[in-house]
Ligand binder design. Structure first.
Ligand SMILES: [Zn+2]
Length: 134
């Protein structure tokens, strides 16, 4: 069995996302082909601690599993950011998550220029959550 995989997904630990993020991974062919790093606030740790724990896991994923891509996945109503209530409107919340992921993307790109980074935002859609590449 191969000990390599194509990507690492940095996602929030929030249990509400599990089913729909898993469905998205199925669609993308990422199940069993992706390291999953599940931590409160997803990219928040990288943005705040450029050489911190989550960053060290990306490094490990590259070294051990030869990943070529990192998915950064933020979500609306994230408790690590005070939930949606911490923002005055949806565009402010979107902008915050986008800026966190852009910051994390830069940090990853600086250290690992050959690793592609895709950024995603997960938003409520009725009773489900919808993943969008942004
Ligand atoms: Zn969260």
């Amino acid at each position: 069995m191969s000990h390599t995989c194509s990507a690492a997904l940095i996602k929030c630990m929030d249990f509400r996302l599990t089913k729909d993020v898993h469905a998205w991974m199925e669609e993308k062919g990422l199940v069993n082909d992706c390291d999953i790093i599940s931590v409160a606030g997803a990219a928040k740790d990288i943005a705040e601690n450029p050489q911190g724990y989550v960053f060290s896991l990306i490094k490990l994923s590259i070294e051990l599993h030869g990943i070529k891509k990192v998915f950064l996945m933020q979500h609306r109503d994230c408790g690590a950011y005070g939930g949606s209530a911490a923002f005055s409107n949806q565009s402010e919340e979107f902008a915050k998550h986008k800026s966190e992921m852009d910051k994390a993307r830069e940090i990853i790109a600086r250290q690992f220029p050959n690793i592609a980074v895709e950024t995603c935002l997960v938003s409520p859609a009725g009773k489900r959550w919808k993943v969008e590449i942004i």
